[in-house]
Design a protein around this ligand. Sequence first.
Ligand code: ATP
Length: 238
Amino acid sequence: MSDAALETRNLAKSFGGVRATRDVSFSVGAKELVAIIGPNGAGKSTLLNLITGVIQPDSGQVLTAGKDITGWKPHHIVRAGIGRKFQVPSTFEDLSVRENIEVSVNGPGAARGGGMSVDTILERVSLTAKADTLACNLSHGHRQWLEIGMVLAIRPRVLLLDEPTAGMTPEETARTAEIAREVAQVCSVVAIEHDMSFVRALDCRTVVLHQGALLRDSDFQTISEDEEVRDIYLGRHA
Ligand SMILES: Nc1ncnc2c1ncn2[C@@H]1O[C@H](COP(=O)(O)OP(=O)(O)OP(=O)(O)O)[C@@H](O)[C@H]1O
């Protein structure tokens, strides 16, 4: 039995004739930071949707801490420890940053107990100075960090980040990489991302998807020097 924080086994999903996910098997260890990259249409979002129960696989399995969660409903998967930050923020606009975190800390994950304090979470996501700011007055980047904080508050075993730096300034992108690295000291972090400057800053294990399949799984340096990966990103690959 695997005790990986997250594991997929031969996960497969087709939409009509399109094989969006082809027998993808990979695992993420406790407190490991992993980036998943790949060109448009590589199957990144589909993989995330399969892991989080938004869609069901045609075959294969998803496990967390040895528990098979394949086919579970999304909210049960969250309770099993797989937290996801979506591209679209879902903060409570008329609550302050602190209140938003408090709502999450007292939410479903609270039953498991022993989580981080609100102040610790604020610090982790660089929002201590913005604690009393209403969410509606946050910049785009700060709002993204608040969302990360809200997922952290439910004490995930694995935090999934779906293009966390979309629309961010270069400074915010760099800080988000630092936040992701810090968060990986308390839980596993899997980031799906287009932005190579962000992935370079993460400087972590990097999984490359191409046409639904896992093409490479290595450290970022090796991946960045890989000819086939470069070809895929430049659109030279068949
Ligand atoms: N609901 C769907 N119905 C039909 N085809 C789909 C559906 N979802 C994804 N696909 C197809 O599956 C393939 C993988 O798409 P997916 O969105 O997972 O890729 P991606 O790597 O996330 O791309 P992007 O970076 O552009 O978001 C694409 O060919 C896409 O058109």
